[in-house]
Design a protein around this ligand. Sequence first.
Ligand code: NOJ
Length: 560
Amino acid sequence: MRISETSDVWWKTAVIYCLDVETFMDWNDDGVGDFQGAAERLDYLAELGVTCLWLMPFYPTADRDDGYDITDYYGVDPRFGTAGDFVELVHTARDRGMRVIVDLVVNHTSDRHPWFKASRSSTTSPYRDFYVWRDDEPPDTTKEVVFPDQETSIWEYDEKSAQWYLHRFYRCQPDLNITNPQVRDEIVKVLGYWLELGISGFRVDAVPFMLQTDGVDAAELERFPDPHEYLRSLRSFVGRRTGDGILLGEVNLPHKDQKTFFGGRDGDELTMQFDFIGMQNTYLALARQDARPLVRALQKRPATSRQSQWATFLRNHDELTLDKLSDAERQEVFAAFGPDPAMQLYGRGLRRRLPTMLEGDPRRIRMAYSLMFSLPGTPVLFYGEEIGMGENLDVEGRLAVRTPMQWSDQPNGGFSGARSSRLPRPMVDGAFGPEHVNVAQQRTDPSSLLEFIALLIRRYRESPELGWADFKVLDQPHRHVLAHESAWDDRRIVAVHNLSPESCIVPLHLEGCDRSAHLIDLLQSTQDTSIDDAGRCEVALDGYGYRWLRLGSHTSKRLA
Ligand code: NOJ
C-alpha cells in the first residue's frame, strides 16, 4: 500500500484532542473560554502534533449537564462567540492541518428545547411524538439510571399532561423518539448543517441509548424496525456529504456488543468506537502491575475492518468508568488509584486524572502514555493530559476533571484575565496546579511531559503500522511486561512496556527474522538491538520502562 492511501482514511492514524471551548482559553477575559481563544491556541496544538480536534458541546444549552443538554442544534452558545467565530476556528484549524469533529447529542434534548416545550404543552401537539411518553405508572427503573446520585427513575411525571416521559440521563434531558421519522429527518439536517460548515464528522454521544426503543409502543416500532439500519444510513449520509467524514461513537458495552455497532463485514456503521474495555483493563493492569488483564482485553477485542477503527484513550471528560470490571477488580483499582470515597463516583468510577492517580511518578505516567500510543487504534487525548494536569476534587462530580486549561503560572493559569470567581469552575490547586504544571514552563523544558507526548505523537504519526496494525502479543516470561508487535505491509514495530518498578531483560522471538535485521529504538538514542539467526533478541527495560523498536534491515529506507 502507498502512504498516500492512508490519507483517505485519515482517522486510522489521527491524533484526536478533545477540548471544551468553555475551559480551554478565554480571549475576551470575561471568565469563560471562547472560540477565539481556542483559535489562538491552534498553533500550539499543531506543534504538539494533533491532527483532529473534538469539540465538546458548544451549542446553546440550559447548562445543567455541561452543555450535553442542548436547546438549539443550529446555534452556538453566545458565551463562546458567534457562529462566525466557530467557522473561523474550523477554517484556521484546517489551515494548520487539523480537522474538527463535534459532539452530536441526539439521544435527548434539554427540557428547555423548543421541541420539548411544544411536546409537553399538549397531548395533541405536533411535537408530542418527538419524545417518548407513557400513560401508565412506570415500573421500578432504579437500576437503569445512568446518574444514580441524582435520579431514581428513567421516567419523569409531567403534571400537566398526567403522563411520564423517558429520560435515560437527567430528568432535564428528555429522550428523543427515534422511531418518529420526523425526528430522524431533523437529526439528519443537524448533521448536514454542521458538515456544511467544514467539520469532518461527529463524536456521537450515548449511541446505544440513542438507538434503544424500549418504552415505545409496538405500533410505533413498526416505523423503525432496525436501529442498525438507521446507523448505517447516518454513516452513509456523512460519507455522501463529505467523502471522508467520520462517526466516532460512545458505546460503553462489552466488545462483542460493540462489534455490532461497527456494522457488517465492511464496517458500514460507526467509523470508530472508543475502546472502553481496553481502557478499563489498562487501569486494572496498572493497578496490579500485571499486563495480563490488558492482554486478555486486547486479544478478545474484535478486529476492525478497513472502514473502522478503535479509539484508544486513558481519560475522558466523564468519570473514569470501571463498570465493566468485576466488583473485586473494581475495588482493586479503587484501592490503588482512588481509595478515598471522595475520589469515586456512582460506585463505578473515579473522578481523578491519570497523573494524580499515579502519584505524579513521571516514569509511570510516561510509560502509561507510551503504552496507549503504541496500541493499535487511534489515540484520543483529553485537554491537559499532555502536560499532566490533575483534578480539583472540590469541584462537583464529573466536573472535577474539567477545570480550566493551565497555560502558565499566571493568575488563573493564564486561562483568563477575569476575576477567578467568574471562571466556569475553579482551577486545580496544590502540586498539580498551574504554578507547577503549565504549558509555558514545559514548552521550554526538553525533558517535560509535553515534549515527551509530542515525541510519542511524532513517532505515532510516522508509524502507520501502529494505527493499522496486525497486532499480536509476543510471548515472554514476565507477567508485568507487555510485549507486542504491530505489523502492516513491510513495516513492523515491537513495543515493550514494563508495568512494574523492577528493571528486567525481556527475551523475545521475532518470527521470520535473522541477523540481517535489527531493532531501532524510536524513542531514545540507544544502540540498535541485534537479532540472532533464530530471530531471538533481548530487550532491556528499566523499572516502568518502555521501548518502541522498529524492525529495520541494512537496506531499510525508513528514517528510524
Ligand atoms: C455522555 C457524555 O459523555 C456525558 O458527559 C453526558 O452527561 C451524557 N452522555 C449525557 O449526554
